[in-house]
Design a protein around this ligand. Structure first.
Ligand code: OGA
Ligand code: NI
Length: 350
């Protein structure tokens, strides 16, 4: 019997346990939103990969800042290598995520809450209470900074979850601090710009599971969206992410073992007064393998209002955005389907 009600649903993981050749109708996207097969031959430029070992060499620092500036102003996206997080820490976190999604349904359902304001939340699709079409994704999201405030609320099963996900969360938060400084410098801002707001900023770990899909041409793991915060750092088991190029074409992000993906979110677009843009992205599916990802979503604290940096506002560049906060974003998405309206468009000044 299918359980109904606010905090109960059928996960994609349990759906795929029964062998099915076709996906349920609820997951079939209208033709205009389906992922068209990638025209790989048309992609001529490669996506930026930045070597963070330059960070430790004063002689290379300005080269690093230039590379970050180019990647952020052209795309709002880059991958990083030599970022200092051991591959084993990255892999352990992904393994503990996989074990969590493999648990029997009732072990996970105790985290199933429809209220997007909750600090730990297990769910499916994007916002399954509101989605017209469902996305082929199960997730658990949890707050992570400061970790001592939240870790006791995370799953205690699998038994190593807190330890493994916690080590990764701390490491990725430290990396985020360093990357944010470089991004601020690349905008010509002081590295200490809004220092305390960044330090005490929020970190939400979005742990995603995309089971293999029998009809990957008809569905998506996640629809096109931008992330609300400052930076997102993504760790993944496999290829599947696509980003929108400046010519509005979807481009698959190549999988590089050990690398992490960095994406700019809406709050950075606002701070930069539009010099940098948050990157639209989506997740495509495949028939062969389940894919796991951990997106560490960094932003200012829940109630911190973020507006364009005064240093980046002048007569030629009037403030292009209103102030907004993470909390206001959550209020917005609990009432609106993000697939129809973009939050960043609400912040744009006319
Ligand atoms: C997200 C996201 C991409 C992925 O969680 O916001 O965009 O590849 N994830 O899972
Ligand atoms: Ni995202």
């Amino acid at each position: 019997m299918e359980a109904k009600g606010d905090s109960s649903f059928t996960s994609v993981t349990s759906l795929t346990k029964k062998f099915q050749q076709n996906i349920p109708q609820q997951y079939v996207l209208p033709p205009s939103q389906r992922p068209n097969p990638t025209l790989a031959g048309h992609i001529s430029t490669s996506l930026p990969v930045i070597d963070l070992s330059m960070m430790d060499h004063p002689a290379h620092k300005s080269k690093l800042i230039n590379q970050v500036h180019d990647a952020c102003s052209q795309l709002g996206f880059f991958q990083v290598i030599n970022h200092g997080i051991p591959t084993s820490v990255m892999q352990d976190a992904l393994d503990s995520a996989e074990e969590f999604f493999d648990l029997p349904s009732d072990e996970k359902m105790c985290f199933a809450l429809t209220d997007v304001h909750k600090p730990v939340r297990y769910g499916t699709s994007m916002n399954h209470g509101m989605d017209k079409v469902f996305y082929w994704r199960d997730f658990i999201k949890h707050y992570a900074n400061p970790i001592s405030e939240w870790i006791h609320l995370w799953p205690s099963n699998p038994p190593t979850y807190r330890e493994k996900m916690g080590s990764y969360a701390k490491a990725v938060n430290a990396l985020q601090k360093k990357l944010t400084e470089v991004v601020l410098e690349s905008l010509g801002l002081n590295v200490n710009y809004l220092h305390d707001d960044f330090k005490e900023g929020s970190q939400v770990m979005a742990v995603n599971c995309y089971p293999s899909c029998p009809e990957p041409d008809l569905a998506l793991g996640m629809p096109a969206h931008t992330d609300f915060g400052t930076l997102t750092i993504l760790n993944q088991t496999d290829q599947g992410l696509e980003i929108m190029d400046h010519d509005k074409k979807w481009r698959p992000v190549p999988f590089i073992k050990g690398a992490l993906i960095v994406q700019l979110g809406d709050q950075l677009e606002v701070i930069s007064n539009g010099r940098y843009k948050s990157i639209p992205h989506r997740v495509i599916l495949n028939m062969q393998r389940k894919r796991l990802s951990i997106a560490s979503l960094h932003s200012m604290k829940l109630d911190t209002k973020v507006g364009p940096a005064p240093e980046l506002v002048d007569e030629q560049h009037p403030a292009a955005y209103k102030e907004g906060s993470f909390g206001e974003f959550l209020d917005y998405i609990s009432a609106t389907s993000l697939t129809e309206y973009k939050y960043i468009d609400m912040l744009k000044n006319p």
